[in-house]
Design a protein around this ligand. Structure first.
Ligand SMILES: [Zn+2]
Length: 493
């Protein structure tokens, strides 16, 4: 071989997968090709099956799902990630069991006939509703916020004692700037529930219709989530339109609360478990290099979902998809004959849907020193689409390149990335908790949605998944993490 050709060969080698020899690359590809959509779909079917009850954090169903994940890690040779050689990292997590869908009924009076609303098309039961029945006059209270320092009060001149409130989620201010930061504390469901309860309201119709355990159990406080069309129907005969009223508050930041002159009855059948606990599942592959092994890459996905409020909510896309993507990558990294020089940590979070409990627990504990973590990669809803999107990736080009190279060479999917953008709203993902704590975080999402998305919905089952993109997500993680873990040029700072 002439020098020229040899140089060309070296150059091509650098172009392809710069850190590995050709033999190593062959071996990497062998493991790469062992990752199959069939296995990923089977794992997703396991996690979404009725025996885990929709993986509500704190419940026995979730605990069993967590144990299943820990068993899978153990079988593939991924070691326990905690210092006491266990996989399960526990934290307090109260939860409620919802026994039946309950009911929402418009009560008859001189203007209205009785109307029974239907589950699941019109309403979902409140995941932390008190058990029992409440009947009362409906008062629309906009966003349910009293913020004197912002000159905003949805309850001004209103007496809501003994009333049932019709309320919006979120805040009326939608611009991502420093003003939004001032609204952040009012965006929590728990704030709204507690405030309404303190003002004497006895129940709540919460728009819109998603199952959500990120709420408070309050004694005697019965609530349900209703659809926008039901809210619109309840506005009927008041001379106002629901959608217009909502839009005008958001536009003007002026509250528009009023009494609807209608009575509603909400019933719920629930059981509250205040002293329950939940867990993260933490696994580790220790790095093979005596020095680089002190540095770790963290892969995380929430394992919990919203349980069975009235019926099974399987939580396939959200987030069995991310969990099984990471599980498959973990198996591949553990069985690969090429070893990661740096340490890789896998975290399956509990309590995400209840308020990011699991990621807070992880960040507050010292599983691995923060200053020795290369980055945290969070996966949430990574199982429907044709391409990849690595949020924050552009801000960390020396991390991003390992994943974009793997995609360019072996996966050929659409691949996009964005820069870190400061968010002024409340944290909504486990990754956001790591970001707040000062970690470099990349969020892996899929792009080019090909199936309907059923968010916190009973239809979020394995039919809502695209197994091919899940296979490729696991492959992308396997190659990208392996490449990053072996990049001696990379300096953690
Ligand atoms: Zn999620």
């Amino acid at each position: 071989m002439t020098l020229k050709f040899r140089l060309l060969g070296i150059f091509l080698c650098f172009q392809i997968f710069s850190l590995f020899s050709q033999d190593q690359e062959k071996s990497l590809l062998k493991t790469f090709h062992s990752i199959s959509s069939n296995d990923l779909l089977n794992d997703a079917a396991e996690l979404t099956s009725a025996k885990y009850g929709g993986r509500l954090s704190g419940s026995p169903g979730y605990r069993n799902a967590a144990q299943w994940v820990a068993d899978q890690l153990k079988l593939s040779g991924v070691k326990p990630g905690l210092s006491d050689s266990t996989y399960l990292q526990f934290f307090p997590n109260a939860y409620s069991e919802v026994n039946t869908p309950g009911s929402v009924t418009l009560m008859p009076d001189k203007n209205n006939k009785q109307k029974d609303y239907h589950f699941p098309e019109d309403f979902y039961p409140g995941s932390n509703s008190a058990s029992g029945s409440v009947t009362g006059e409906i008062v629309y209270v906009g966003f349910g916020i009293s913020a004197p320092e912002l000159g905003y009060d949805d309850y001004r001149n209103l007496d809501v004692k003994g009333k049932i409130l019709l309320m919006e989620t979120g805040v009326p201010y939608g611009v991502n700037d420093s003003m939004q930061a001032k609204w952040e504390r009012y965006s929590y469901h728990r704030y709204k529930f507690l405030h309404a309860h303190e003002l004497g309201a006895k129940g709540l119709l919460y728009v819109s219709k998603i199952a959500n355990p990120n709420t408070s159990f309050l004694k005697g406080f019965v609530y349900a989530h209703i659809s926008e069309p039901v809210a619109e129907e309840l506005f009927g005969g008041t001379g106002r339109k629901y959608a217009e009223t909502h839009a005008s508050i958001t536009k003007s930041l002026v509250p528009n609360s009023f009494v609807l002159n209608k009575k509603i009855r909400i019933t719920a059948s629930t059981k509250y478990f205040p002293d329950s606990r939940s867990c993260n599942v933490v696994g580790i592959i220790e790095g093979s290099d005596p020095k680089l092994r002190e540095e770790a890459i963290v892969l995380g996905a929430h394992l919990d979902a919203v349980g069975s409020p009235g019926t099974l909510f399987p939580g396939a896309l959200d987030n069995a998809s991310g969990s099984v993507d990471i599980l498959a990558a973990a198996k591949a990294l553990a069985t690969s004959t090429v070893k990661p020089a740096r340490t890789v940590i896998f975290v399956f979070f509990g309590g995400e849907e209840c308020g990011l409990y699991g990621s807070k627990k992880y960040v507050d504990s010292s599983v691995w020193p923060k200053e020795k973590v290369v980055c945290m990669i969070n996966l949430d809803m990574v199982g429907n689409g044709t391409g990849f999107y690595l949020a924050n990736g552009k801000s960390y080009p020396s991390i991003l390149k390992h994943f974009s190279d793997a995609n360019d060479k072996y996966l050929h999917r659409d691949f996009n990335a964005s820069e870190v953008r400061k968010s002024y709203s409340r944290p909504r993902t486990d990754g956001a908790i790591f970001e707040k704590a000062g970690y470099k975080v990349l969020h892996l999402y899929t792009s080019g949605t090909v199936k309907p998305v059923y968010y916190h919905d009973p239809m979020d089952n394995t039919d809502a998944l695209t197994p091919e993109i899940m296979e490729d997500a696991a492959k992308l993680l396997y190659l990208g993490v392996m490449d990053l873990a072996n990049d001696k040029e990379y300096i953690v700072k």
